[in-house]
Design a protein around this ligand. Structure first.
Ligand SMILES: NC(=O)c1ccc[n+]([C@@H]2O[C@H](COP(=O)([O-])OP(=O)(O)OC[C@H]3O[C@@H](n4cnc5c(N)ncnc54)[C@H](OP(=O)(O)O)[C@@H]3O)[C@@H](O)[C@H]2O)c1
Length: 332
């Protein structure tokens, strides 16, 4: 039995429920690896897991007590029986569920680990782990974008939003993004967003229709949900695709497909990191492509907040107050 320090959620609630305490970590079992964490990326979904709002609708939402966190990077300290995917001493990323990343070390399924190349720093790898890989599959797989595609992305100055802007711009798409302030509009513009819309000042759907001369956006990736979904639908093109890949503001109203206009034939999906990476070869390909895009300067991560893990509550407060641009990283 190993002991480490971790951020534990004993009851659902605000950032104050995060408790810094020493925990016991089991030795890795069959198919598992023990990873010493070097850097931990924050993902907005952790607010949903911490507050309990995901409990009603997200698969695998843990019940307290649990260690929070879904993105980390570190070194394999030990492997359990039958592990062939990684070896002791290898640098790896732990992209996604199960929760448990906010800790000095953690046990993780070995077949979900991705190798982290030697030239990518821990903090940078943590910043792009799930969020860069998500931009990767959204822009290249769920609905590939390129020249002739107009893409709308919400929270364009957020961590995932920034990477979507950068990659979609690189692939030749016209990129429209929503942000809450002029400062975030400037940030998004510097990261590949051609038309930032300050949604606190103007209705974003009206503005998208204006930018596209009434046609609407071909691809809309909406991670905000309740506050945006109806207007996202209003500015979707006739044959457009609307992907709901997050619910930062809560669940949207259910969609009645037969209520859609006969002059439209739109597509709807719930893009999922776990569907796209269910096969190990896809997980590895998406990770490798993400690291390549980092090296080529397509992804230009900005770590807005870098905090000791024990201060993670401050990071949560900053993200919930929408004060951050780019990524938040915790150091164990
Ligand atoms: N399905 C997947 O595979 C997948 C993978 C990764 C992430 N996601 C989702 O993608 C979204 C973005 O994640 P992220 O980690 O990159 O976070 P993020 O975009 O950095 O989140 C912060 C930004 O979200 C915007 N926001 C909108 N409504 C908000 C609210 N009610 N509370 C707080 N912020 C709000 C704010 O931007 P403004 O100030 O400009 O409004 C805020 O600055 C999340 O919904 C996450 O769950 C999904």
């Amino acid at each position: 039995m190993i002991r480490t320090w971790a951020m534990v959620v004993h009851r659902y609630g605000g950032p104050d429920v995060l408790r810094w305490e020493e925990i016991a970590v089991e030795a890795p079992g069959p198919g598992q690896a023990l990873v010493d964490n070097a850097a931990i990326g924050m993902n907005l979904s952790e607010i949903g897991f911490r507050s309990g709002t995901f409990h009603a609708h997200e698969f695998d939402a843990p019940k307290p007590p649990f260690v929070l966190g879904v993105e980390s990077v570190g070194t394999v300290r030990a492997v359990g029986p039958g592990v062939t995917e990684v070896a002791v001493g290898e640098r790896v990323g732990c992209p996604g569920l199960p929760n448990g990343a906010y800790a000095g070390c953690r046990v993780y399924p070995a077949d979900r680990l991705v190798p982290v190349p030697a030239d990518i720093a821990d903090e940078v790898a943590a910043a792009v782990m799930v969020k860069g890989m998500t931009a990767q599959y959204l822009c290249r797989r769920t609905c590939p974008v390129g020249p002739g595609t107009t893409l709308l992305i919400h929270a364009a100055a957020g961590a995932t939003g920034q990477f979507v802007c950068e990659l979609a711009d690189h692939l030749g798409a016209t990129v429209i993004g929503t942000v809450s302030s002029d400062a975030k509009a400037e940030y998004a513009r510097a990261h590949g967003c051609h038309h930032p819309i300050v949604y606190t000042r103007e209705n974003f759907a009206d503005r998208v229709l204006q930018i596209t001369a009434g046609r609407g956006a071909d691809v809309i990736y909406d991670s905000v949900g309740r506050d945006t979904f109806a207007d996202s639908l209003r500015c979707l093109s006739r044959f457009g695709t609307l992907g709901l890949f997050g619910v930062s503001s809560g669940l949207p109203e259910p969609l009645q497909l037969m209520g859609l206009h006969l002059l439209t034939e739109q597509k709807f999906c719930r893009p999922s990191f776990y569907a796209q990476t269910a096969q190990r070869q896809d997980l590895l390909a998406i990770a490798a492509h993400t690291f390549d895009d980092l090296r080529r300067g397509v992804f230009r991560p900005h770590i807005d907040l870098r905090l000791p893990l024990r201060d993670a509550a401050a990071g949560h407060r900053a993200v919930e107050a929408r004060r951050t641009t780019g990524a938040v990283v915790y150091l164990p």
